[in-house]
Ligand binder design. Structure first.
Ligand code: BV8
Ligand code: ZN
Length: 295
């Protein structure tokens, strides 16, 4: 009897095998998260050293937190604008840009708001910003929107260049200060207001928890997925635990897609459960892995 090939039941990490899948693929999705920008020096949310480790996400990335202490939330986002503007796209961003240029059936769904895909010249129609952008400014009250605002700081009262700024005092790191609503971090009158409705406060143009994702973006992604079978979804640098973004992994799976996980960690990942013997797991820095597997 021929010896059965001892194909492991787990996912493959064979770059040549992945290359064969890539060449034979027509429709590919990438779902990207904070890990893709880690090599550019930007903090992740949950991974080792993630910024949420110090800040309580639910205290800072929600409309309730903004209503409670808009200055504190603005300082958190002003700091992230400051950091993102100083960061550069890494080889992982450029590898995705190159793939989208040669493959019209490839689109990148990103949860990142740091603008690095755009600065890596990713074709815009193949880039879907699921959670908005640090560089869009909206009104908290009306539908005023200003895109591509790169002023740093956005407003004089929001100048901050370190997360240990005393207004983001250690007590905030534990989320304690936010619970004490007596003294606002910045007097609301000193915060930027809407030029249209004049009374509304301006806010970062990102999607907070308990907020809807942009409907037109959701529709564009859904029509891409509905257009036919999907060959591959790459899940890059994300815990894939925030919905509805994370839901695209199972949706792609439902359209026949193979899953390739690119992550420094191989556990505690929402998508790990999808990996069977036909799937791929590349463990390591996406800035190193993506140029390797997408060349
Ligand atoms: C909505 C923008 C409804 C702002 C973000 C219970 C069950 C299921 C769902 C829910 C629930 N309770 C509440 C919900 C809904 C909630 C949700 O999913 N919660 C989760 C926590 C359970 N979702 C929402 O609220 C969404 N809206 O549902 O609205 C609704 C309906 C009707 C009417 C109104 C509303 C909105 C979600 C969007 C929130 N906004 N960001 C900002 O950026 O500040 S989420 C934020 O976390 C990021 O944007 C990102 O999307 C998300 C996940 O983070 P990751 O990107 O995955 O980063 P993380 O640190 O977690 O992981 C990094 C990974 O990279 C790690 O795996 C690490 O190992 C790896 N890594 C590190 N270095 C590298 C690396 N990999 C490769 N290379 C490296 N070098
Ligand atoms: Zn307004």
């Amino acid at each position: 009897a021929s010896s059965t090939s001892s194909k492991p039941c787990g996912p493959s990490s064979d770059i040549e095998e992945f290359g064969r899948l890539l060449i034979s693929s027509k429709r590919i999705l990438a779902l990207c998260g904070a890990g893709l920008s880690a090599a550019s020096g930007l903090d992740t949310f949950r991974g080792a050293g993630g910024m949420w480790k110090n800040y309580d996400a639910m205290e800072l990335a929600t409309p309730e937190a903004f209503s409670r202490d808009p200055g504190l939330v603005w300082l958190f986002y002003s700091y992230r604008r400051h950091k993102a503007l100083r960061a550069s796209p890494n080889p992982g961003h450029y590898a995705l840009t190159e793939l989208s240029k040669i493959m019209p059936g490839f689109i990148t769904l990103t949860q990142n708001v740091d603008g690095l895909h755009q600065r890596a010249n990713h074709p815009r129609e193949q880039l879907k910003l699921l959670h908005g952008s640090l560089f869009d400014i909206k009104c908290f009250s009306c539908n005023y929107l200003q895109q591509n605002n790169y002023d740093d700081p956005f407003h004089p009262s929001l100048s901050i260049d370190s997360p240990t700024d005393d207004r983001l005092a250690p007590s905030v790191l534990s989320g304690a200060a936010v619970l004490d609503h007596s003294t606002p971090t910045i007097p609301p009158s000193d915060l930027p207001h809407c030029p249209t409705c004049t009374t509304g406060l301006l806010r970062p143009g990102v999607v907070w928890f308990n907020e809807m994702l942009p409907q037109n973006t959701l529709n564009e992604v859904d029509s891409f997925i509905d257009d036919g079978p999907i060959d591959l979804i790459m899940v890059i640098g994300t815990t894939a635990k925030v919905y509805p973004a994370a839901g695209y992994v199972s949706q792609a799976r439902g359209r026949g897609a193979k899953v390739a996980l690119i992550n420094t960690e191989a556990d505690d990942l929402g998508a790990i459960g999808y990996l069977g013997k036909d799937d791929f797991l590349f463990q390591g820095d996406s800035a190193k892995i993506l140029p390797e597997i997408l060349k």
